[in-house]
Design a protein. Structure first.
Length: 109
């Protein structure tokens, strides 16, 4: 309960919020701006998870069904760009156009 009160007080401290401006967000964005390859993501993975950055996979914790005194860390599968594999088929011209649009969107965001 004390932590919830601290969070509320922090959220209501408009003077500090105005003083900080967008600086806290810029620090986090700087980390994302430096990611150019999967090796960069691997190097920064712990920080990306801590800051809640959107990743192409999910991490889950849960009980180990064989030994319930332990917990397991499970990696979720990579998300697909489009919901059905036929979109990606080479003979599907619209699928290729959608992939090109997605790639362009990812490159500029």
């Amino acid at each position: 309960m004390r932590e919830a009160v601290k969070l509320d007080q922090l959220a209501l401290d408009f003077e500090k919020r105005e003083g900080d401006g967008i600086r806290p967000a810029q620090i986090r964005l700087a980390i994302l701006d430096q990611l150019h390859h999967w090796d960069d993501v691997n190097d920064q993975l712990a920080e990306l998870i801590k800051m809640g950055a959107p990743l192409s996979f999910d991490l889950f914790t849960g009980p180990d069904m064989k030994n319930t005194t332990r917990k397991l860390l499970t990696f979720g599968v990579l998300n697909l760009i489009l919901p059905e594999k036929n979109y990606y088929a080479s003979e599907n011209k619209k699928g290729q156009q959608l992939l090109a649009t997605w790639h362009q969107w990812q490159s500029t965001s």
